[in-house]
Design a binder for this molecule. Structure first.
Ligand code: NI
Length: 243
């Protein structure tokens, strides 16, 4: 084979590879985590979500561990936890994690009147917008308590969960990790709290085990996109299984 033909073939191959890399819409979702050599993930996909933070020590340690693994997840934060943790929130956003609303003071939203509801949800949305810019901040109501009024007033998609290891109950990292590993299925949304050391340990252990089984961890937003589902304000989502 002549040298020029070899060069031409190499050029065509390189161009084809570049096109392949740039082509799939999904590729865009993986920019921070992926390298040009990584294969496109095909699933199964799961979304880790963390409520009640951020908390300086535990959330930082979690972010370190997720960053080492190239994993992104979703944080439903509390308004009362914002002060003093501004850099932590910016870090979350910069590292590609999704941030959502978990109310200002961890109040059960069902039963609140319009003004109290607004003070819990809209004011947190304003605070996050001031800190991080305008985003479609999704809502996770505390205790998963919803009502018709909560759905009507949410002005955001409502994200509950399909896997709950009840990490707050015993702070037993091995048990919590095992619950996640044994129960996670394609499209599940997993509930944890980034305010406990055991939950951070369990999350990272579960990430390692499930990634070894071929799972890809995505944000809730990415899970919607992967399933071709347009999130609707006021609608309740617990998981996004494959069609
Ligand atoms: Ni909570």
């Amino acid at each position: 084979m002549g040298k020029r033909i070899r060069q031409a073939k190499l050029y065509i191959l390189a161009t084809a590879l570049l096109l392949l890399i740039e082509q799939p819409v999904l590729w865009d979702l993986y920019r921070p985590a992926a390298t040009a050599n990584a294969p496109l993930p095909t699933g199964p996909f799961v979304a880790l979500t963390f409520d009640d933070g951020p908390k300086a020590e535990t959330t930082s340690r979690l972010l370190d561990g997720l960053s080492q693994r190239g994993v992104r997840c979703t944080f439903f934060v509390l308004g009362v936890q914002l002060e003093g943790n501004e850099d932590l929130l910016r870090r979350m956003a910069n590292e590609g994690h999704q941030i959502g609303l978990h109310t200002a003071h961890h109040k059960a939203l069902a039963g609140l009147g319009p003004a109290d509801f607004s003070a819990e949800v809209d004011e947190l949305r304003f605070a996050l917008t001031a800190l991080l810019g305008p985003e479609d901040y999704m809502l996770r109501p505390p205790y998963g308590m919803i009502s018709r009024a909560v759905e009507d007033r949410a002005a955001a998609p409502i994200v509950l969960w399909s896997v709950d290891p009840e990490d707050w109950s015993d702070h037993d990292a091995a048990r919590i990790a095992a619950h996640i590993i044994d129960n996670a299925k394609d499209g599940d949304i997993i509930l944890l709290h980034d305010i406990y050391d055991a939950s951070v340990d369990a999350a990272l252990e579960a990430v390692d085990a499930l990634m070894a089984k071929g799972y890809t961890f995505v944000t809730v937003e990415e899970l919607f996109a992967l399933r071709g589902v347009e999130p609707e304000n006021g609608k309740v989502y617990r998981k996004l299984p494959p069609a």
